[in-house]
Design a protein around this ligand. Structure first.
Ligand code: WT7
Length: 659
């Protein structure tokens, strides 16, 4: 690890913006100057400029009770109105909001006027089903326009959405429905993926049926027809979207809510087995989504076609498929399926077809395309592209250069954007018309954002050194808490750097390691906790371990993230079987069984790449599993220092067995 980091830090290539780009750049150096002069005044200006407030705010930030921040708290606005109606009222109703392409090749282009009407109908329908301000609505949908419509309809009513990625299992959905006491679930019969329909509704049925206390808070399940596959039906509870929404009135007045009205909960993996429900609110979140989407991607809404390839089930989809682009009145592309269906050039074909100008995707995808080869992108005209973005995990310089050269034709700026579910929007990134880009580094905090790198005791490490990444000042789109668990919110993020005697000097612990180079630019080194990053998705070692031990054949399990050429990290598990099972089964049978178990409990993204059946796990005298040693094994390295093990022979036993 440290070797690759050192070679990364010796990356000497620099890509200053071209004078053509700078000439029309949305962001100008004045942003840094203004934010540097008066950070809060800067954010207040952004909030006023980018959004329409029904009641203007007078106070920018209330940080009297840290870490519970209140931004623009006496202002009122409606989030959906800001994403829809106001663009129509400003005369842009005919602008396309969404070009949608289904995996089988069906497509729809939806203007702002049409999208506004659809959301109004959906809001009326939801209201008729009893959804009111503050109610929780779970959304479990494929990447179809109804996913965006559903989210905005919930937001329009001041209710709270909890979008659950369609690749998550019934069990994951159950725990999220239960944690948030969702009243309504919006799903589809199925969606298209890799040339086939994958079912969703049946997972909702079993999630509701298996709710632990036998009763469910879910009153209705609203089902979009997409896969045309058969579904079971519970009369009275289940309703078709086309029955309920299509016939609803297409006028709906948006009620303004206070800026701190909760907007959504999004679950993300932490260091324990239980996912955290990250809570975001309205005014501050929308301000920073709009601000970052505009400046980081150099958005010219009249001419650009933006494409963020993330699923709405992740925070990237919330902020850069739904809220950022729509608040800015942008035109965007949404694609339902996988990049290689029906052919490996599908993405590039879509870029040509829709004239996409800004592409925002993850390093995993880029590395996968590098493997399949440049001949696929080179079959299509990608000359419309002018800005490329990367998110989710560190992008290695090789992938960065390939992205710029092969996809961007050697012309386009590439912005590497660091942020998290918790931060709500981009925090650290180059600005394409201003920053001289450095492949592999996320570079600089955005104007208005303050980050630093500290050592374990809270001292600044300074340039040339590594440590823990922190955010030193509150920011508008910061998480407001963990749903139902204020203690965990404080413990996880705010306790480590709570500087005594100065209550408002609490700093936000991101959970990432980082280094500052000699220019002070930030290089993200990856998680410092028991969280893995697989294809830009966060997975918890503990959560996968508990999925494994919940299988009757397993006695004990340890999971590590091993580095992987394509996905960044991959899940590798070490499992001890119960004595009887160990005899009854071959290792290959057990491995197959347990891979399926994890996919079923959590979702296919968590399925381990390898499961090693072992007879011992390396533990310290206090019983803590030394994952570091298992990672050595998983990555095929010489095993490191074993002197702190209770039984120093254990690693020999494991490596002998696996040889
Ligand atoms: C974790 C957050 C933010 C949307 C996608 C993931 C890693 C994110 C970068 C980047 C290096 C990155 C961090 C972070 N990460 N962006 N540009 N360079 N690492 O959201 O699931 O909340 O995961 O993703 O480790 O903590 P998330």
């Amino acid at each position: 690890m440290s070797e690759t980091i050192d070679s990364l830090l010796h990356e000497e290539r620099r890509f200053p913006p071209s004078s053509d780009f700078t000439a029309t750049s949305v962001a100008t150096p004045a942003l840094y100057e203004d934010a540097g002069k008066d950070r809060l005044a800067f954010w207040a200006d952004q909030a006023r400029e980018l959004l329409e407030w029904s009641t203007p705010f007078t106070e920018t930030l209330d940080w009297n009770n840290p870490p519970f921040a209140r931004w623009f708290a006496d202002g009122r606005l409606n989030v959906a109105y800001n994403c829809l109606d106001r663009h129509v009222l400003a005369g842009n109703g005919d602008r396309v909001a969404i070009h949608w392409e289904g995996e089988p090749g069906d497509s729809r282009s939806i203007t702002y006027a049409e999208l506004t009407r659809e959301v109004m109908k959906a809001a009326n329908a939801l209201e008729a089903l009893g959804i009111r301000r503050g109610d929780r609505v779970a959304i479990y949908l494929p990447m179809i326009p109804e996913a965006v419509i559903a989210m905005l309809a919930v937001a329009r009513l001041g209710a709270i959405h909890s979008v659950v990625f369609g690749g998550f299992s019934a069990e994951s959905l159950r725990s999220r429905i239960e944690d948030a006491d969702a009243k309504l679930v919006i799903t589809a019969d199925g969606g298209w993926r890799k040339g086939k329909v994958f079912p969703l509704k049946n997972a909702v049925d079993s999630a509701i049926a298996s709710q632990t206390d036998g009763t469910s808070t879910v009153e209705h399940v609203l089902v979009v027809r997409r896969g045309e596959n058969d579904v079971d039906w519970t009369e009275g509870r289940d309703l078709w979207w086309h029955d309920v929404v299509d016939s609803a009135p297409d006028e709906h007045e948006a009620e303004p809510f206070e800026a701190e009205n909760p907007l959504f909960i999004l679950y993300t993996s932490g260091t324990t087995g239980k996912p955290k429900g990250i809570l975001h609110t309205s005014g501050g979140y929308l301000t920073q989504c709009a601000y970052t989407h505009k400046n980081v991607f150099d958005l010219h809404p009249e001419t650009d076609v933006f494409w963020c390839t993330a699923d709405v089930g992740w925070v990237t989809g919330h902020s850069y498929v739904v809220y950022g682009p729509l608040a800015n009145g942008a035109t965007q592309l949404i694609y339902e399926g996988t990049p290689d269906t029906p052919h490996p050039g599908r993405w590039w074909e879509l870029i040509e077809k829709y004239g996409v100008t800004i592409l925002y995707t993850a390093p995993t995808a880029i590395r996968a395309f590098m493997k399949t080869g440049r001949e696929y992108p080179q079959k299509f005209d990608l000359s419309s592209l002018r800005v490329l973005g990367s998110v989710g995990e560190p992008i290695n310089p090789e992938a960065w250069i390939w992205y710029r050269d092969i996809i961007g034709g050697g012309r386009t700026p590439v912005v590497d954007t660091w942020w998290q579910t918790e931060t709500g929007a981009i925090m650290v990134s180059a600005l394409p018309g201003i920053t001289s880009a450095k492949p592999g580094s996320a570079q600089v905090p955005l104007p208005g954002i303050s980050v630093d790198v500290l050592d374990e005791s809270g001292n600044r490490v300074g340039n040339g050194n590594g440590g823990l990444l922190v955010v030193t000042e509150p920011w508008p789109s910061m998480l407001r808490g963990i749903w139902g668990d204020p203690e965990r919110f404080i413990e996880t993020y705010w306790e480590k750097f709570d500087f005594e005697g100065s209550p408002n000097r609490r700093m936000y612990l991101a959970g990432d390691g980082a280094r500052l180079d000699s220019d002070g630019d930030v290089w993200i080194l990856g998680r410092v906790d028991d969280v893995m990053n697989v294809s830009g998705h966060r997975l918890s070692t503990m959560e996968i371990e508990s999925a494994l031990v919940s299988h009757p054949i397993v006695a004990e399990a340890a999971v590590v993230g091993a580095s992987d050429d394509t996905t960044g990290q991959a899940v590798v598990a070490f499992v001890i079987l119960r004595a009887k099972q160990a005899e009854a089964q071959t290792a290959a049978e057990a491995e197959a069984l347990l891979k399926a178990q994890v996919a079923e409990q959590i979702g296919a993204i968590a399925r381990p790449r390898r499961i090693f059946i072992v007879t011992e796990l390396p533990k310290t005298r206090s019983g803590k599993i030394m994952r570091r040693l298992l990672r050595d094994v998983a990555e095929g390295r010489e095993v490191g220092d074993t002197t702190t093990l209770a039984d120093t022979q254990v690693m020999n036993v494991i490596t002998d067995k696996l040889r």
